[in-house]
Write a protein that binds this ligand. Structure first.
Ligand code: UGA
Length: 438
């Protein structure tokens, strides 16, 4: 039995992945976007983002006719039973999410919806948004359900098809259950809640993960000074099922389009409601410190000053497997180096254009291979955990790079491999082992 057509409004990585995956489950899905050129490209099967598996999924959807793309929210929403709002909710500048796009779209499509339609918020939205949308739509025959997504960039298709849970929240329980039914074939448990709980679950999950990362990064700093190793500590902690082994890899701090925005937004929600929540502030202050510490290591490796010093950066994206530079910790560290006068040459498997200087961005000359990035550099810094960085020929790097230090911000290289190629290695989360370079 057909459950009715699904409209997906907004084809960013959440909307596009959700649309293509729902089509693969046999649903009729129409994705609408304001960008006509993007709609035309997607209709030809072109995938606008780097997301493994999405191209095959989209191709199958287009071929079967289950997936189509149209220009504009109204064209997608008309006649649909479910309308999934996958719209941007950027930081409004004061720590609060800016919901103008969501409200504009809802005001536009509200009058066009069929009786019995269900508006579903998948975007990360502040507590109370489902209620606000209900008031904006102002129709007793249209329900609003919060159904946050938990997709990670770079593994979004796998995450969608193998969810840990489906969260649906609404004052209309029947509508919430109907939304949960869309995912029935995925076999995940459903958590059915109020709209407020569902909205808060998303922020709580992201902020908790960010807090876990800040915690392990601070343990890493401590491990360095007491002679311990954060990877061993993470192993020892992770076997405890109450803690879990995931999200315990130390690095140059966490970033991306979600954790920074959502941690700050949750802090603002707490403050707006006069609830003291000091862990949240500590979470992002610790993250800044992790970035400071890595920049300190690079300065020390360069001999105490970065002024005019050429530094090679391997990795620019906020994590491996994505081409997303938004709130990248790699760029945050690079910005600190640039502020002290370093000259930056970068390589990233997913980035081909130079990074241009802006308030929150350093200027980086982006080159097409890792060896060219190292050419003429005093220090090589590994900032993103692309697996290839652990497999490159360090002897070749040594031939083009006058400096003899690698600062490994992601734990990709071991001391022996570095030493065999003539480099000393500055790790994070453990003390440097002073192997005499060959
Ligand atoms: C995050 C959440 O993990 C998703 O569940 C959520 O749906 C998504 O935000 C969202 O709100 O849309 P994502 O932004 O793709 O997903 O990034 P993550 O994979 O969570 O990584 C975030 C940052 O943590 C990256 O900078 C990554 O390098 C860092 N990280 C992650 C570590 O430093 N160590 C780890 O062990 C894991």
């Amino acid at each position: 039995m057909s459950v009715g057509r699904i409209a997906v409004i907004g084809t960013g990585y959440v909307g596009l992945t959700s649309g293509a995956c729902l089509a693969s489950l046999g649903h009729q899905v129409v994705c609408g976007d304001v960008d006509a050129a993007k709609v035309a490209a997607m209709s030809r099967g072109e995938v606008p983002i780097l997301e493994p598996g999405l191209d095959e999924m989209m191709a199958r959807g287009l071929q079967s006719g289950n997936l189509t793309f149209v220009h504009g929210a109204a064209a997608a929403a008309a006649g649909a039973r479910y309308i999934l709002l996958c719209l941007p909710t950027p930081d409004g500048g004061d720590g609060r999410a800016d919901l103008r796009i969501v409200h504009d779209v809802v005001a536009q499509i509200g009058p066009l919806l069929d009786p019995g339609a269900i508006l579903v918020t998948k975007s990360t939205v502040p507590v109370g948004t489902a209620q606000d949308i209900t008031e904006t739509v102002d129709r007793a025959d249209v329900a609003v359900v919060s159904n946050p997504e938990f997709l990670q960039e770079g593994t979004a298709v796998r995450n969608f098809m193998n969810p840990d849970r489906i969260v649906v929240g609404s004052t209309d329980r029947a509508a919430a259950l109907a939304v949960a039914e869309l995912y029935r074939d995925l076999g995940a448990p459903s958590v059915v809640t109020s709209a407020e709980s569902s909205e808060l679950i998303k922020y709580a999950a992201n902020a908790f993960l960010a807090m876990k990362l800040s915690f392990i990064n601070s343990i890493g700093a401590l491990a360095e000074t007491v002679g311990a190793d954060v990877a061993e500590i993470a192993d020892g902690m992770g076997f405890d099922e109450r803690i879990g082994s995931k999200f315990l890899r130390t690095g140059p701090g966490w970033g991306g389009s979600c954790f920074p925005k959502d941690t700050k937004a949750l802090a603002t929600i707490a403050a707006d409601h006069h609830v003291s929540f000091p862990l949240l502030e500590a979470t992002y202050v610790s993250n800044d410190q992790a970035q400071d510490r890595l920049a300190d290591k690079v300065r020390a490796a360069a001999g105490g000053s970065l002024c005019g010093v050429r530094i090679a950066l391997w990795g620019l994206t906020f994590k491996a497997g994505t081409d997303d530079l938004r709130d990248s910790p790699a760029l945050a560290v690079a910005l600190r180096l640039a502020a002290e006068g370093a000259v930056l040459q970068g390589f990233d498997p997913a980035i081909s254009k130079d990074v241009t200087a802006a308030r929150d961005r350093p200027e980086i000359t982006v080159v097409p291979d890792p060896y060219t990035a190292a050419a003429g550099a005093a220090v090589l810094v590994i900032l993103t955990e692309w697996p290839v960085f652990g497999e490159l020929d360090l002897l070749e790097v040594g031939r083009v790079m006058p400096g003899r230090v690698i600062v490994d911000g992601r734990g990709m290289i071991d001391d022996e491999t570095a030493a065999a190629a003539g480099f000393s290695l500055v790790p994070i989360g453990r003390p440097a082992h002073h192997i005499v370079p060959a």
